[in-house]
Design a binder for this molecule. Structure first.
Ligand code: NAD
Length: 353
């Protein structure tokens, strides 16, 4: 198996190195390749997503990304910016399903803005359609009417094929978890949501052991704060998923803790949710856990190595419960450590178990 590591910029390089260290520890014969993306790629090649990186993706079984971006590239033309490299990468890899778990680590209950009793038992995953819907629908545009009024419009459309492929992914994930799936839409108002609901029900007949329910997006936004533990797999379209996944992530506390996966038919893309954090880059202050948990997601979703994925997650849980924290989780810490020491502690914990 070959993993392409794209460290990117800022703390991306630091957390990617830590995640690669953990990966090498748990699967020593995994081959690691390295490529450029983002601002550092632009500096070296003039492009934030060089052709050479695309060539390397073609021979990889999965891609692990750090983060991209930084103020020094903010004034570049849009297509040369680091973020254009990341969007280009997702489109190039045709990853249509974005998976964002939100799981509460008991030791971090204090880091959330919600009460401890609401957080207890939260372990959900949002499966968001990533390359369709209103962000991509055409026609789109801005125009000025003859009377001078400005008008802007976007198109929200989904085909049954797009819904089917994301629904299959979500049902497959539900089977690996507690077999409970909530499909979120706005079927009381939107035709695209009525089709979404119909197709999800059709696909559900092929997964009789999965308990399926439908929920309107406004209710879901409320339920995520009222009782997040009621959810297991949430399946939804691009726009709703974008908003709900950020809402759900706040349940868990720090941005530095959050992993993500984007998958399609080919190799998956795994990355922490956070950006390149220029304010703390190069200071050994970044929390590497989001990147390390992204490795666990890679092992689970790309290689079916549930046991090894679980081993990483358990080690993270144990280290946190000992009060060992990076600076972003300082409240309630018994010992503050840097990026590398946190990684060493997690690896040590895996060796001890
Ligand atoms: P950011 O996620 O980089 O940082 C937001 C805040 O969270 C900062 O205070 C930062 O120090 C803190 N933070 C983030 N990750 C952390 C970690 N692992 N440990 C400890 N603290 C952490 O978001 P931003 O400041 O809005 O953006 C900075 C740059 O990153 C921009 O160029 C932006 O475009 C880019 N960005 C990239 C991605 C990505 O690569 N996926 C995502 C978001 C933003």
């Amino acid at each position: 198996m070959k993993i392409l590591i794209l460290p990117g910029d800022g703390i991306g390089t630091e957390v990617a190195a830590c995640a690669a260290g953990v990966l090498k520890h748990v699967v020593p014969d995994m081959e690691l390749d390295y490529g450029l993306i983002g601002g550092s790629a632009y500096e070296a090649t003039g492009s934030p997503l060089p052709e050479e990186t695309k060539t390397r993706i073609a021979t990889a079984n999965a891609v692990l990304l750090g983060a991209v971006g930084g103020t020094r590239w903010d004034t570049l033309p849009q297509d040369k910016k680091p973020e254009a490299g990341l969007l280009g990468l997702r489109a190039h890899m045709q990853v249509f399903a974005n998976l964002r778990p939100a799981r509460i680590f008991q030791a971090l209950c204090d880091a959330s803005s919600l009460k401890g009793e609401v957080l207890s038992g939260v372990d959900l995953i949002i499966v968001r359609e990533l390359i369709g819907g209103i962000y991509f629908g055409k026609p789109r545009g801005v125009e000025t009417m003859p009377d001078g009024t400005r008008r802007a419009y976007n198109t929200l459309e989904y085909s049954s094929k797009e819904i089917e492929r994301i629904a299959h992914k979500a049902f497959g994930i539900a089977l690996k978890r507690s077999a409970k799936l909530t499909s979120v839409d706005k079927a009381n108002v939107l035709e695209s949501s009525r089709l979404w609901r119909e197709v999800v029900d059709e696909i559900a007949t092929g997964y009789p052991s999965v308990e399926v329910s439908h929920m309107y997006v406004d209710n879901c936004a409320m339920q995520l704060i009222r009782k997040p533990s009621q959810f297991d797999v949430i399946l939804t379209q691009n726009l709703f998923g974008d908003i709900l996944s950020d809402e759900a992530s706040m349940v868990t506390g720090s941005l530095g803790m959050l992993p993500s996966a984007s998958i399609g038919e080919g190799p998956g893309l795994y990355e922490p949710v956070h950006g390149s954090a220029p304010d703390i880059a190069g200071q050994d202050k970044a929390n590497p856990i989001g990147a390390i948990l992204s490795v666990a997601m890679m092992l689970r979703y790309s290689f079916d190595m549930e046991g090894t994925a679980h081993k990483i997650e358990t080690a993270v849980e144990k280290v946190l419960s000992k009060g060992i924290r990076t600076l972003d989780l300082a409240a309630g810490a018994r010992k503050i450590v840097g990026t590398q020491e946190m990684t060493d502690c997690i690896i040590q914990e895996m060796e001890n178990t």
